[in-house]
Design a protein around this ligand. Sequence first.
Ligand code: NAD
Length: 493
Amino acid sequence: MHMLQFSDPDTEVRNLIGGGWIPGGGPVAELRSPWTGQGIGRLFASSAADVATAVKAAQGPARAWGDLPLKERTAVMFRFRDELFARQDAIANSVSAESGKLLSESRAGLLKGIEVLEFALSLQNLDGGGKMLVSTGVTCEYRREPLGIVAGITPFNFPAMVPMWMIPLAITAGNAFLWKPSDKTPLTSLLLAEAARAAGLPDGVLSIVQGGREAVEAICDHPDIKAVAFVGSTPVARSVYVRATSNGKRALCLGGAKNHIILMPDADPEMAASGILASFTGCAGQRCMASSVVVGVGPVDDIVADLARRAGAMELGRDMGAIITAESVEKLRNAVGRAGSEGAQLLADGRGSIPVAADFGDGNWIGPSVLDHVQPGSQAACDELFGPILSVVRVENLSAALALENESPYGNAASVFTSSGAVAEEVARQAHAGMIGVNIGVPVPREPFSFGGFSDSRFGHGDITGMDGVAFWSRQKKVSQKWSLQKDQNWMN
Ligand code: NAD
């Protein structure tokens, strides 16, 4: 009954080096679809030597691409946008088949990625530098320069969107970009690369090295890679940040999250129930912007009960997609069980849910769970579980809710559902998170507003999209010039 097309189990996931598809020299891993468990490809992991080969092949292209005027680079990126739109069905299918997302979610992720590309396309009009007469006959100007060869390491949960936070800005800024996709969801990288090549992006300006830890460490260590962006879990984000910066690179590493929604008793019940449901079940809870804790302030029982009823009625495979691996399903099942044994009320228990289609039977499935009266400080209240589990913690007032939110070591997103402007403003001011929502469950900023959290959700300075992203992938040169015949003395002469 499903509409997904699965790639052949013999599909080879290779590296893109200097325009050729070359298998990595590391171990080979079977890729399985979270929907059905069937084989959908074979990943050839990369060794440090493969990373070195890719960097070497990118050196000439990096220089030539960086020397082109911004407008010429942008012309290629305009065609890249066309090619992505022309392939959007195939890309969305690939994202869904390998990550377990619903097709609608995969399509939305791609469109959000294209929005970053559109921001990059506008740089030729927005980012003209600046020049000023700073003294008689003397001008000062800004020039933005590329860094050379830069790298991006991306997570499984957004195989198209997260790379598209990086690729358009890094490449439009004039760099050669080396991409290390998730080893769990590498197939979509083949389609994005084909779109870039069809757009006329020169060979070597976008390279791909497949694989896992060995490739990542080689990227952090390679002296000719000047900047590393990473998106993934907090422990790996932290270690990549430390390793890359200790090797003298700039690094921006986005990590995991535990996002809170403060639910006030004056919230619009429909808006709150549908917004919270979408936040914790969208992408089956596998997104860094998912809210996994509701901090219920005072009498919010009706809304929580409605949420649990709606969650229990969701159909797996139709309303919610699959979980990335069988091991992750097991961890989620254990987390629900542990919360129950620690006293939480299981208003909805996803462990018994079965998918709507019989041929999803060998996939990785768990339904949404709503746990009420979860203890602050417990695993369900504090840890990133990365699945469709909502923990409801009860508090008496707004200050207690904010104190609980502030205690989290993460700081990606926080939201409030309320009909009071004053409460909304208090949460926007006091919550410790980089992205705040008011009556919005997934407060992802739209471009040109940039994406990024605080604390353990982001190591490094600045956000990954918007003008911060442009700054990350470039450096500014200040050029002062005197072209004047007059000989007056002043402090600049
Ligand atoms: P992950 O940390 O396991 O993997 C991320 C990348 O690092 C992948 O490319 C992977 O191959 C590589 N990797 C894995 N283990 C490594 C190791 N030990 N050393 C070096 N590299 C390693 O993350 P994931 O499971 O793919 O993605 C889910 C996580 O990403 C969640 O924690 C989620 O919150 C986070 N995430 C954060 C954001 C954000 O914007 N902050 C966005 C999406 C996902």
